[in-house]
Design a binder for this molecule. Structure first.
Ligand code: DGY
Length: 307
């Protein structure tokens, strides 16, 4: 497979890059030329790399896009379908880490873990005036999207004694958790709302002002989905005006830009879109990308096809 060209539009992960270079002819934007562009048959992307019409059209021999992420919202799927380009992602292997991060953010927001860290580091402990925090155990948890990651969050929250409800585009699941066909009803009956659905036209800004207001001043939102799931200016205003109790945010609307106002809010815990970034999971994701590419070029079934 050494003669097959694979393009990585920007750096993703060292181990993945090394393995790709061993098995394929690895390109990046700086070494593509008119002479070699026709050897590129695959693109390896990530949740931070856009595979748009322009990129797809610029690679006449493109056969497969393999993303190092479970989400594929950065890939123009319609264009891939039109051109018979296959698409793969990396589901399952990251669900535990993303769910761990979601629970970690909920604990950090409610128990003010980052505020406490700053308090100790800044030498304020001596005053002994650290505020009381809020319990997570037993809180009413709402989950938007009960897929693999949403289910992993539910399992963990259940272990904290939290009653679980969810809203999902698909029909009621067999989970036994309470189902709300309307996200507003879910928010009205939740104390901590986790956003874990796929980003598409229906879920864009699924968390809007009404949903935020339904959660109210004691409510907390945790977003490990995509920044575009939440109307970000509304979130920032609600947090700063005390209309929402807190938020744990791993994803932002215009990453890596973060609204200036959010940086100054103690009731927000921020994370750099790193929910799945453990060594173990990144290695497993890289192996899945490599296995999908090898399966494609050996004419075997793809392991995790999207298209
Ligand atoms: C993904 O893989 O799509 C997620 O962004 C991980 O957090």
């Amino acid at each position: 497979m050494e003669s097959i060209g694979v393009l990585m539009p920007s750096p993703i992960y060292g181990y993945l890059e090394q393995e790709l270079a061993k098995r394929f002819k690895l390109f990046n934007p700086s070494n593509i030329s008119e002479e070699n562009v026709n050897s590129i048959r695959a693109v390896v992307s990530s949740a931070k790399i856009s595979v748009d019409t322009q990129l797809i059209e610029s690679l006449p021999k493109l056969e497969i896009v393999s993303t190092f992420s479970v989400g594929y919202d950065k890939i123009d799927l319609a264009k891939c379908r039109e051109k018979n380009i296959r698409v793969t992602n990396t589901p399952d292997v990251l669900s535990d880490d993303v769910a761990d991060t979601a629970i970690g953010l909920a604990l950090a927001v409610l128990r003010k873990i980052c505020v406490g860290d700053q308090y100790v580091r800044n030498g304020h402990w001596i005053k002994s005036d650290f505020p009381l925090t809020t319990k997570f155990s037993g809180k009413a948890v709402g989950i938007v999207g009960l897929g693999r990651i949403g289910s992993a969050i539910a399992k963990r929250a259940a272990a904290f004694g939290c009653p679980i409800s969810y809203h999902s585009r698909s029909e009621k699941s067999e989970s036994g958790y309470k189902y709300y066909p309307n996200i507003l009803d879910l928010a009205s009956n939740s104390e901590v709302l986790f956003v874990a659905c796929t980003l598409n036209k229906e879920t864009y800004h699924i968390v809007n002002r009404q949903v935020i207001d339904a959660l109210g001043p004691k409510g907390v939102i945790i977003n490990i989905g995509r920044g575009q799931h939440i109307d970000q200016p509304e979130l920032v205003s609600a947090l700063s005006e005390g209309r929402l109790g807190g938020a744990g945010v791993d994803v932002f609307e215009n990453e890596p830009e973060v609204p200036e106002q959010l940086l100054g809010l103690e009731n927000a815990v921020l994370s750099p879109h790193a929910a799945s970034d453990t060594v173990e999971t990144c290695n497993a994701m890289a192996d899945l990308v490599l296995s999908n590419l090898e399966a494609h070029f050996l004419n075997k079934p793809l392991l995790t096809p999207v298209v």
